[in-house]
Design a protein. Structure first.
Length: 367
């Protein structure tokens, strides 16, 4: 890639749309898994330019959105303790917990700090030996290598005041859970290119074969997405169900094996709760027993938590693609980016935030 504009060329976009209209003979339904892809589709209006009847289903690929409410409540209970510095990426601060959010907690005096990498939290722990420094570690496979590296570095430094509250989730189990739902309408997937840059796509091959669904590893720019959709439609029209790679400039089949090795040294696969979706077996990562001393959930006993979701929020249905944000009675009224009821409205990768930023209203929603 020489210039980013190459992947935003309107002339090429029109050609891809024309080819898509010539190719599609049925109203196919394709899910993009990644929230970053959702924002591009909605911001550029691509989802509204597809052939008549074809629909993009927006999936659960926003790590902030699927972080369990209990994890947020636990993070806030830890942050409220004296002597604790709780660190997090900025998009977690306004995600609503049961009673409040991290930003409000900071306004009331808790030491909650935004960091740009987990190593920043390790550095804070080294500089503040008399304080407990906790990093709220959320994300898909994409952020797991950096978090693993931070734990390994803290161990080498011998830090005893650094820990992570881990809420890592994995993409393939979420895809199979969606496909196992008898009401699932997904006929093909656009897989998240950055996840596959780390993990490769071998994990997707059994899914494509078992469920007979095309899976196309796709980038994040408009032309990436249009080409990925076209590749998926070509498979659907031909009756094929394979894994193909649109994002060849960044992804190879084996992924980044060094990053994978770091993750395996620090984490192991575990059951994980997904906000709005529920418990999914083998769908997340947790620290191995060797690194249990860095597990904030083990280090801090915060007592019995009773997470309660806002009854007006339909985030679960939105995350699974069963509903659009514009189907929610609270969308744009009780629930806005400044006053979100659920994570999809506040996260930079949330579907509700994407629709709101694009000015989508119930009368203008995608069919």
């Amino acid at each position: 890639m020489k210039y980013l504009d190459e992947y935003r060329d309107p002339v090429l976009a029109r050609r891809l749309l024309d080819e898509l209209r010539r190719t599609a003979t049925r109203p196919w339904r394709i899910m993009e898994v990644c929230g970053g892809q959702t924002h591009t589709l909605v911001r550029q209006g691509i989802d509204e330019l597809l052939p008549a009847g074809m629909r993009m289903i927006h999936g659960p690929g926003c790590p902030v959105c699927v972080t369990p409410l209990e994890t947020l409540d636990r993070a806030m209970a830890i942050a409220a303790r004296p002597g604790v510095i709780l660190t997090s990426f900025g998009d977690m601060l306004r995600v609503p917990g049961t009673d409040t959010d991290l930003l409000s907690l900071r306004a009331r005096g808790a030491d909650v700090r935004v960091v740009y990498a987990p190593m920043d939290a390790v550095r804070l722990a080294a500089e503040n030996p008399d304080r407990e420094v906790v990093f709220l570690a959320v994300g898909f496979e994409t952020t797991a290598p950096a978090n693993a590296t931070a734990v390994l570095h803290a161990a080498r430094l011998g830090l005893t005041n650094f820990s992570m509250l881990v809420s890592h989730v994995l993409v393939p189990p979420a895809m199979t859970a969606l496909l196992d739902d008898p009401d699932c309408e997904v006929q093909a997937f656009l897989a998240a290119g950055h996840v596959c840059a780390v993990m490769g796509w071998t994990e997707y091959e059994p899914i494509a074969a078992r469920y007979r669904v095309p899976i196309v590893v796709t980038g994040f720019e408009p032309l990436d997405l249009l080409e990925g959709i076209l590749m998926a439609v070509r498979q659907l029209e031909a009756g094929r169900a394979e894994v193909e790679n649109q994002y060849a400039r960044a992804v190879r089949r084996s992924g980044n094996t060094d990053a994978q090795d770091s993750v395996r040294r620090v984490f192991r696969v575990a059951d994980r709760a997904w906000r709005g979706i529920g418990q999914l077996p083998d769908s997340g990562l947790e620290l191995t027993p060797r690194f249990r001393e860095f597990d904030a959930a083990h280090r801090f006993d915060v007592g019995g938590l009773r997470p309660v979701e806002d009854a007006a929020c339909i985030a679960g249905a939105i995350l699974t693609g069963a509903k659009l944000p514009t189907d929610c009675a609270a969308y744009g009224t009780r629930c806005t980016p400044r006053h979100p009821l659920g994570a999809p409205m506040v996260s930079s990768e949330g579907t509700c935030a994407a629709f709101h930023a694009a000015g989508r209203t119930p009368t203008r929603s995608t069919p």
